[in-house]
Design a protein around this ligand. Structure first.
Ligand code: SAM
Length: 231
């Protein structure tokens, strides 16, 4: 990747989610703590020659990072915020231009994903999306079908005190006061979904606390987890 000169006015007008290092000391002012998330997800250092699909890419931080780590082809997909007028796709397009990146973009709702439409990828990144799904199991199986070998999931989890597969349902804005958060699977539920989708090797990270409230829950019963799975 090479960097080109940056128009500071254009950068300021964008409603950034990710903190992306654009070079020359400029980092996009995202409200997400992207550096911490990058450490937590443990993205492989070397992705040389791999194909990567980043589902729910938003400003594209993880797509650009996969490309920087050597991926031969990266597809950034989003069907949510890219279609919202007040957010849009400007951050992704701006960063892609400045970084001189060849990351491809696909505007698609996860429910419309299929191998016929997109093919398969060596690695699928499914970061911060699972709990946005009203039908988490059915939709996850569609996403998982696109992973030829590996998948990394980062997600909100809930009902951690239960050891059998359990999914909390948030019909309104119970989770983080956000009506787009629909569910909170526990560790056993995410692992069950992964097994159902044919993944054999599954590694779960320890629970990390979440910086938001969930109605009726105590803090140690929910949080965030990362899952690495391979076929
Ligand atoms: C919490 S953000 C996570 C962004 C990024 N993956 C990360 O971890 O930093 C959720 C992303 O998933 C996208 N998304 C949520 N539901 C979606 C759906 N049904 N179809 C496509 N994209 C979706 C949103 O537009 C948003 O970009």
């Amino acid at each position: 990747m090479h960097t080109m000169s940056i128009n500071p006015d254009e950068l300021k007008q964008i409603n950034w989610f990710h903190r992306i290092d654009l070079g020359n000391g400029i980092v996009t002012p995202g409200f997400d703590d992207t550096p911490t998330k990058l450490r937590q997800i443990q993205l492989p250092e070397n992705l040389m020659g791999k194909t990567v699909l980043d589902v729910g890419a938003w400003d594209g931080f993880f797509s650009f990072e996969a490309e920087r780590r050597g991926a031969s082809r990266v597809v950034a997909l989003d069907g949510g915020v890219w279609k919202v007028d007040s957010i849009g796709k400007a951050g992704f397009e701006f960063a892609r231009k400045v970084l001189g990146s060849r990351v491809e973009d696909v505007e698609m709702e996860v429910n419309d994903l299929s191998v016929e439409r997109l093919g398969q990828f060596d690695l699928v990144l499914f970061l911060g999306v699972l709990y946005h799904l009203p039908d988490p199991v059915g939709t996850f199986l569609k996403v998982a079908a696109l992973a030829k070998q590996d998948i990394i999931i980062e997600t909100h989890v809930d009902m951690i005190e239960h050891k059998v597969p359990t999914i909390a349902f948030y019909p309104f804005d119970e989770c983080a006061n956000d009506p787009t958060n629909w569910c909170g699977p526990n560790q056993a539920a995410v692992e069950g979904m992964l097994r159902l989708a044919g993944f054999r090797k599954i590694k779960a990270s320890p629970l990390t606390p979440a910086p938001y409230p969930v109605l009726g829950r105590r803090n140690h019963q929910y949080g965030r987890m990362v899952f690495h799975a391979s076929r």
